[in-house]
Design a protein around this ligand. Structure first.
Ligand SMILES: *[C@@H]1O[C@H](CO)[C@@H](O)[C@H](O)[C@H]1NC(C)=O
Length: 262
């Protein structure tokens, strides 16, 4: 349920020193703010120095000092930790940088979530030994992070579930589709559960095993057509009969025992 709550942002400073060969070296410093509560009480500030993919040293605001992880990093950490100006500045970053920016980022991005439109449909009905297939889709949501899962009588089903990746619509919105293959049992309840930052609790859509809307519409259109046809036929028949009776010549011919005029 704590989906999307872990937001990390890291402006990265990068320096590349190329050696003239096809290969290069990559040294970078990262500033991370890690938190999972909306009041930022668990905010942790990290400042890491890395070379290629190896972290040499890192300041962790929960620890309150730099810790070296490589021979070189240990030396740097010792020197940084001895410098009161650096330490004072680093210890202030969790407030000055993280809590301050988290407010700006959350109101500009995280809090601008858009609820997904959820549809649940049958892609294949069960027949013989073939299982049925249901598709649960979520459309036009933001941000990207989402979780779609299936429940049978409230318990999560994990087998025979295939999901697409979140797909970008190209307009900041995303869509995702999840398929469930299952053998229907009477009395059970199949549901699709969607978890997204825009919901305060998981959104559960129950599958209605009665005829899907598309089928219901076809039957309704067919039935309306049949009723309309019967009405028109009946009206035509009545009109036809009345016309015979109301034509004076016919009435006359009928009376005079000559052959009828139809
Ligand atoms: C930061 O330090 C705390 C306390 O030691 C630890 O629990 C946490 O995992 C550290 N964070 C990282 C990203 O290393």
């Amino acid at each position: 349920m704590s989906l999307l709550k872990l937001l990390i942002f890291h402006p990265i400073l990068m320096l590349s020193a190329f050696t003239g060969t096809a290969h290069g070296y990559y040294t970078y410093t990262m500033y991370d703010c890690v938190y999972s509560t909306s009041d930022y009480s668990d905010m942790v500030y990290l400042n890491s120095y890395s070379f290629n993919q190896v972290v040499d040293l890192q300041f962790n605001s929960s620890v309150g000092k730099y810790v070296g992880y490589t021979e070189q990093g240990v030396k740097f950490a010792e020197n940084f930790n001895k410098d009161p100006a650096i330490m004072q500045q680093q210890k202030a970053e969790v407030d000055r940088f993280c809590r301050h920016n988290a407010q700006i980022w959350d109101s500009a991005v995280r809090d601008k979530s858009v609820k997904p439109k959820i549809t649940l449909r049958s892609a294949r009905q069960a027949g013989g030994s073939r299982p049925a297939v249901l598709v649960c889709s979520a459309y036009e949501f933001y941000p990207k992070k989402i979780k779609v899962s299936w429940l049978r009588d409230g318990k999560e089903m994990t087998s025979d579930v295939t999901s697409t990746m979140e797909m970008a619509d190209g307009n900041w919105f995303y869509q995702i589709h999840s398929e469930l293959e299952y053998t229907p049992k009477s009395g059970e309840k199949i549901s699709c559960m969607v978890e997204h930052a825009s919901f305060s609790k998981p959104m559960i859509t129950d599958w209605d095993p009665s005829l899907p809307e598309g089928e219901r519409n076809k039957i309704a259109i067919g039935a309306s057509g049949l009723v309309l046809g019967i009405i028109i036929a009946a009206a035509g028949l009545i009109y036809y009969k009345k016309k015979l009776i109301l034509i004076p010549e016919c009435l006359f011919t009928l009376r005079s025992n000559s052959p009828p005029c139809w």
